[in-house]
Write a protein that binds this ligand. Structure first.
Ligand SMILES: NC(=O)c1ccc[n+]([C@@H]2O[C@H](COP(=O)([O-])OP(=O)(O)OC[C@H]3O[C@@H](n4cnc5c(N)ncnc54)[C@H](O)[C@@H]3O)[C@@H](O)[C@H]2O)c1
Ligand SMILES: O=P(O)(O)OC[C@H](O)CO
Length: 334
């Protein structure tokens, strides 16, 4: 199969390394100099240092050539967008007019200003004629690049597209499940990033494993409340893109979002934490978008609100914790 991956960040590069073992893969990045260096050094040092790029993997900054690579038959071509949510609209816009047979994206979040999910952005820019879907689930790029086992979900309305992604990606140490619940899968992937920031704060303040478990559990209730209100199915939040990714991101120190929380607990400034990371932590922008969306829809999301208050309103992490603990008792329902 011919595959093009647009976006040479950590995740796009890890997937390109993995898929190049069995497909004809092109990895495109927007920075010409960085791509020239990655191609020459056979390593994407800024984004995924320490992982050699297989000889078979083509690396380019030529957008037209990269897209042309997959403008063939839908059965034998797959276009994957691996940018952050912030980059999705621009990249989708660049795809207008190209005869692309299908489209899969990997980003997890909501667009900051519009509060749209990735599939809604794609529909706005490209319409709904192109078979499209999201590939999501618990997946640290470094582990996938090392060839460690991983299970993901492809979600889309088009069953043939999902089947094609399963054919392309499933196998070896990667298992792919499919779903038609785009909203549920995208909400799980987006909101878990905010909860990873919350858990990072709690762990950074050494509040203990009990507190961590409570945050993850009540965080799942928050994800489910919002997701169901937006049209997702409750069982989706029990799956890989829901509780699976939530557990991984809240507990794994490879998570950039968790590291934002750990940094806040050390009283570091958000700008400094983000600069230090050098990679996108989607939970930051997403916290703003989800807080607004939840307010608009009348959905109670106390952990999200506490994270947003610490990120944007100058509320201290100690005050953030005390706000959560001082809430009135309630029944343990969603
Ligand atoms: N790293 C992981 O382990 C991992 C795993 C699964 C999903 N994801 C998700 O995949 C997405 C990308 O993550 P990543 O780890 O590769 O991030 P990264 O910070 O390593 O790379 C970000 C990528 O997005 C591109 N980008 C950023 N802003 C852009 C813009 N305005 N226009 C065009 N391109 C832009 C960058 O050039 C780069 O290729 C995120 O939404 C993330 O949540 C990451
Ligand atoms: O490093 P994070 O926090 O962006 O998480 C990466 C992936 O989303 C984990 O599945």
């Amino acid at each position: 199969m011919k595959i093009t991956i647009l976006g040479a960040g950590a995740w796009g590069t890890a997937l390109a390394i993995t898929l190049a073992r069995k497909h004809d893969v092109v990895l495109w990045g927007r920075n010409a100099q960085a791509m020239e260096e990655a191609g020459r050094q056979r390593e994407n040092k800024p984004y995924l240092p320490g992982f050699p790029l297989p000889d078979e993997l083509a690396v380019t900054a030529d957008f037209s050539a990269a897209v042309h690579h997959v403008c063939g038959e839908p059965q034998t071509s797959l276009l994957i967008v691996a940018s952050s949510v912030a980059g999705l609209r621009g990249l989708a816009g660049q795809l207008r007019g190209h005869p692309i047979p299908n489209l899969v994206w990997l980003c997890k979040g909501l667009e900051e200003d519009t509060r749209l999910l990735p599939h809604q952005i794609v529909q706005q820019v490209l319409g709904s004629a192109i078979p499209a879907g999201v590939l999501s689930g618990p997946s640290f790029a470094q582990e996938v690049a090392r060839g460690l086992p991983c299970a993901l979900t492809i979600a889309g309305a088009d069953a043939a597209l999902c089947e094609r992604v399963v054919t392309a990606v499933h196998g070896g140490n990667i298992r792919i499940y499919s779903s038609d619940d785009l909203i549920g899968v995208e909400i799980g992937g987006a909101v878990k990033n905010i909860l990873a920031i919350a858990t990072g704060v709690a762990d950074g303040l050494q509040l203990g494993l009990n507190a961590r478990a409570a945050l993850i559990t009540r965080g799942l209730a928050e994800i489910t409340r919002l997701g169901v209100a937006l049209g997702g199915r409750p069982e989706t939040f029990m799956g890989l893109s829901g509780v699976g990714d939530l557990i991984l991101t809240c507990t794994g120190d490879l998570s950039r979002n968790r590291r934002v929380g750990l940094g806040l607990a050390q009283n570091k400034k958000l700008d400094d934490i983000v600069t230090e990371l050098g990679h996108v932590a989607e939970g930051v922008r997403c916290a703003k978008a989800v807080r607004e969306l939840a307010q608009e829809k009348g959905i109670d999301m106390p952990i999200t609100n506490a994270v947003a208050a610490a990120l944007f309103d100058g509320v201290s992490v100690q005050e953030m914790v005390s706000r959560l603990l001082s809430r009135d008792p309630r029944e343990e329902t969603l």
